[in-house]
Design a binder for this molecule. Structure first.
Ligand code: DX5
Ligand code: ZN
Length: 220
């Protein structure tokens, strides 16, 4: 099933509750929350208190994308704060098995995120410990960047790796997705589609979300 996960990074933070209701009513499946620490990525965003507040304000499952160093120190706390899905960057964690297990033990779905230049071989052992893999199709840190075309082939190869191993791991893609390329990424094998500026940067986020859905349906 294809799910669209609006990223609140591009939302209007002065009326976040209202913007979330808008995408919830328009058929969003998840809410993607980008957690940045100014160290793993050159930007600082939001953390545990915001996830806690969001979990009270929406019925949508919260998908926390941790772009932080030492994610093992915080991952479990994000599940306790109300995130149903928590992803950590493999580049940031030499103890990914421990962190992914902690997310699962706390009751969350555990994800591994990969930067554009990180090879799929980095997943070789780790993939079986994850519920989903998040393929970054931009360099993490900011919304509104251009999709890196090589990500398509990476998603195809990852799909093949997962299928050949008989795993149930889902593929999420994040960065530069809009109604022009969503069909290509879903055809390549991505199932959870993050989109920030194409939704919240549009004059009407509800219409933008429907356009993304329609652009997907044409191809799948
Ligand atoms: C980037 C974040 C993304 C971002 C996507 O580091 O991980 O989730 O919000 O935004 P767009 O869709 O504008 O590229
Ligand atoms: Zn993200």
């Amino acid at each position: 099933m294809i799910e669209i996960a609006p990223s609140i990074l591009s939302a209007d933070f002065t009326r976040l509750g209202e913007q979330i209701k808008t995408v919830e009513r328009a058929g969003a499946s998840l809410l993607h929350v980008d957690v940045m620490d100014g160290r793993f990525v050159p930007n600082i965003t939001v953390g545990l208190p915001v996830v806690k507040a969001l979990s009270r304000a929406t019925q949508l499952p919260i998908d926390a994308h941790l772009m932080i160093v030492e994610p093992g120190r915080y991952a479990e706390q994000f599940v306790k704060a109300g995130a149903q899905m928590v992803s950590i960057h493999i580049e940031a964690d030499p103890h990914a098995h421990r962190t992914l297990s902690a997310i699962r033990s706390a009751g969350g779905l555990a994800g591994i995120a990969l930067n554009p230049a990180t090879p799929l071989s980095a997943l070789d052992e780790a993939v079986k410990f994850a519920d989903y893999v998040l393929v970054m199709s931009v360099n993490p840190g900011f919304g509104g960047q251009e999709f890196i075309p090589a990500s398509l082939d990476k998603v195809r190869r990852l799909r093949k790796m997962i299928d050949e191993r008989g795993l149930k791991t889902r593929i999420e893609i994040d960065g530069g997705i809009d109604s022009d390329n969503i069909a290509e990424v879903t055809s390549a094998g991505a199932e959870i589609i993050v989109s920030g500026s194409a939704i919240f940067g549009a004059p009407d986020p509800a219409i933008a979300l429907r356009e993304l859905r329609e652009a997907t349906v044409l191809w799948v």
